[in-house]
Design a protein around this ligand. Structure first.
Ligand code: SF4
Length: 186
């Protein structure tokens, strides 16, 4: 959602800087300076790091993200961010950031860039193959288990309760996966 931030007009700021001065102590350049987020487009987003879900104000100019801060209107974080969340700008605008799937084939010594379609197809095929090869319907003593010990899942801290519910339904109830784990810190 986009929202408006109000700033004091440039001329008022300049006039306030003159109060009490008989001589002009500021250069023209100083008077004309303003916050780098002035006139930036503000879009609300959510911190990517954990399931607290702190709200962010993302500032953009000319189609580029120029700053990310805590959203003061959010009832969750009231404008604050923990050290990790306050580093979201560096995480987003970073020449080292990976923007493509990297795949290393078995026994290969290098990574290859792959498309998302290719990757999703590979995951689906490999999950099916592993399940087909390891699915156990009944134990030797006859107890029905309908499970596989050949697949495991590890969730991330940004997954919310609805996503974890779907993961448990799909992997546990749907595929018979027993090892379902999450790396959440809360
Ligand atoms: S990592 Fe920090 S800022 Fe981000 S959602 Fe969690 S508590 Fe909030």
């Amino acid at each position: 959602m986009q929202k408006e931030r109000t700033f004091l007009p440039q001329t008022i700021v300049s006039q306030m800087m003159q109060i009490g001065s008989t001589r002009q102590p500021f250069s023209k350049e100083s008077c004309e300076k303003s916050s780098r987020i002035r006139n930036a487009k503000v879009v609300q987003s959510v911190c990517p790091y954990c399931a607290v879900g702190c709200s962010l104000d993302v500032y953009a100019k000319d189609g580029k993200v120029i700053d990310i801060e805590g959203n003061a209107d959010s009832p969750i974080n009231r404008g604050t961010l923990c050290p990790k969340g306050s580093a979201t700008f560096q995480y987003t605008v970073n020449p080292s950031r990976l923007t493509q799937v990297l795949y290393r084939a078995p026994y290969s010594d290098h990574w290859e860039g792959k498309s998302l379609d290719w990757t999703v197809e590979q995951i689906a095929q490999r999950v099916k193959k592993a399940r087909d090869e390891t699915f156990v319907q009944s134990l030797p003593d006859g107890r029905e288990v309908n499970h596989t010990l050949g697949i495991a899942t590890l969730g991330g801290a940004t997954l919310d309760i609805e996503e974890n519910y779907v993961i448990k339904k799909l992997f546990g109830g749907g595929l018979g996966v027993v090892s379902i784990e999450n790396q959440a810190r809360i």
